[in-house]
Design a protein around this ligand. Structure first.
Ligand code: EPZ
Length: 417
């Protein structure tokens, strides 16, 4: 297990090279099995969730090779449709394999998916949608067994704009007979990226990014070469880091509007933000006013994947903030670790009342991906030295996190323990 040793108080300056988006690349990897032709995904980030998805594809018989940082996937030889439990439990995005495998093989099975421990994370919306498309589903001994004589287009209404359920429906509907309409679809930019990729493969997906998506089934899909969108959550994480530490950074490749309300919240804190096309420049004194209130919402609201990092900023600011987490039941598990740094936070269910104060260094442990990133950000802004342990959570979603922070001026080193 590795840890970071961080000396707080350094300002951050420079340009951040943003990775391809984890939450786009993962469904794109699932989509690659929709065709027996070769698929190339360019500039795939070196994160462990990608490694887990490539292991799933290899386990199904696909040939998956890195060519520099491009990933070449040839699933002409794939014939498996059962995702091993050991891999299903590694990450949430194993569940997307159901839709893709059903499209390719009319059969699919996986164990209940894993992913960050941030809530119950049921998959009822995924399964109800697949049943609407004609899939027979049996849940036995922790596995989900799916089969379909034929996938038939249907109208699917989502009770909640679930990102994963929307993606699973796209993957299952692209080669179904007839047209599928998804009402109440998620509108996240990653959904648009998946739709762009599927259409490059010959699919007919319309309306991605709105709450009604229409998928006209086609007989088959062909290969494609594709460059995924940049990771807006990574960019947001670095903007919050520079806000906390003080300094001036620029992120490239991410448009301000894809960050939901983040830029508006950072301006409330007193940061100067200049966003033009896909460049965002932030200047911060490091002395921040707390936001009065931050509520996470489905896109285009404040992103839940930046909630922990936003709480870390307010924990070290001036004033009082109410943070409300509307998407996941238990996404404040990082708070006790922040309190070891002196943070004054009271959690009541889905709300956290944060009284800003000067934080000090401490030894803390990551419990999930974004909570871990929040601990690093708090340590960068705290007085004195901190240790942030169990970096496997951070490695799931941030490629070269330490290298990028050090290049911006952070005093941080990675130590094997
Ligand atoms: C995706 O997870 C992302 N993961 C998450 O990012 C992100 O937080 C989330 O979308 C919301 O934006 C990937 O894309 C790999 P949801 P997903 O289905 O698809 C409930 C990160 O840090 N729900 O939109 O699992 C669910 O419990 C990760 O990068 C059901 O009730 O999110 C949650 O309360 C964390 N039934 C809400 O919907 C279902 O069948 C949102 O979940 C599905 C979801």
């Amino acid at each position: 297990m590795d840890k970071y040793v961080i000396e707080g108080g350094r300002r951050l300056t420079g340009t951040v090279t943003v990775q391809s988006a984890k939450n786009s690349v993962l469904p794109l990897l699932a989509a690659s099995i929709l065709t027996g032709d070769e698929v190339v995904l360019r500039a795939v980030p070196a994160i462990t969730d990608v490694v887990s998805m490539t292991e799933i594809l290899r386990g199904l018989g696909a040939d998956v090779r890195f060519d520099g940082d491009d990933l070449r996937i040839d699933s002409s030889g794939a014939e498996g449709y059962a995702v091993p439990a050991s891999l299903s439990r590694e990450l949430r995005s194993s569940v997307f394999m159901l839709g893709a495998l059903l499209s390719r093989f009319r059969r699919a099975s996986c164990a209940y998916p894993g992913g960050c421990d941030i809530g119950l994370r049921p998959i009822d919306l995924h399964l109800a949608a697949l049943r609407r498309l004609g899939v027979e589903i049996e849940e036995r001994e922790g596995r989900i067994l799916c089969s379909a004589e034929k996938l038939r287009g249907a109208e699917v209404v989502l009770d909640f704009p679930s990102v994963g359920a929307t993606e699973n429906i796209l993957l299952a509907a692209v080669c179904a007979e007839g047209t599928t309409t998804v009402c109440g679809a998620a509108k996240e930019p990653e959904i648009c990226d998946l739709a762009r990729f599927l259409n490059e493969m010959g699919a007919k997906v319309r309306g991605a990014g709105s709450d009604v998506i229409a998928i006209e089934g086609v007989p088959r899909l062909h290969g494609a070469k594709f460059t995924p969108m940049k990771d807006r959550i990574e960019a947001g994480t670095f903007l919050l880091a520079a806000a906390i530490c003080g300094g001036e950074i620029e992120t490239e490749g991410v448009r301000g509007e894809t960050l939901g309300l983040l830029l508006h919240k950072l301006r409330e804190n007193g940061c100067k933000i200049h966003a033009k096309n896909d460049k965002i420049r932030l200047q911060s004194s490091g002395k921040l006013r707390c936001n009065r209130r931050v509520e996470t919402m489905p896109y285009p609201g404040f992103p839940t994947d930046l909630q922990a990092q936003e709480t870390a900023l307010n924990a070290g600011g001036e004033g009082v903030t109410l943070i409300v987490e509307n998407l996941f039941e238990t996404r404040f598990k990082y708070v006790p670790e922040l309190m070891k740094m002196g943070a004054d936070i009271e959690v009541r269910g889905r709300s956290a009342l944060v009284r800003g104060r000067r934080l000090h260094g401490a030894s803390v442990t990551c419990g999930d991906l974004r909570g871990g990133a929040a601990l690093v950000l708090a340590a960068l802004g705290a007085e004195g030295v901190s240790e942030v342990c169990d970096l496997s959570h951070i490695d799931r979603g941030y490629a070269d996190f330490e290298g990028k922070l050090v290049r911006l001026g952070a005093s941080l080193r990675r130590v094997r323990i």
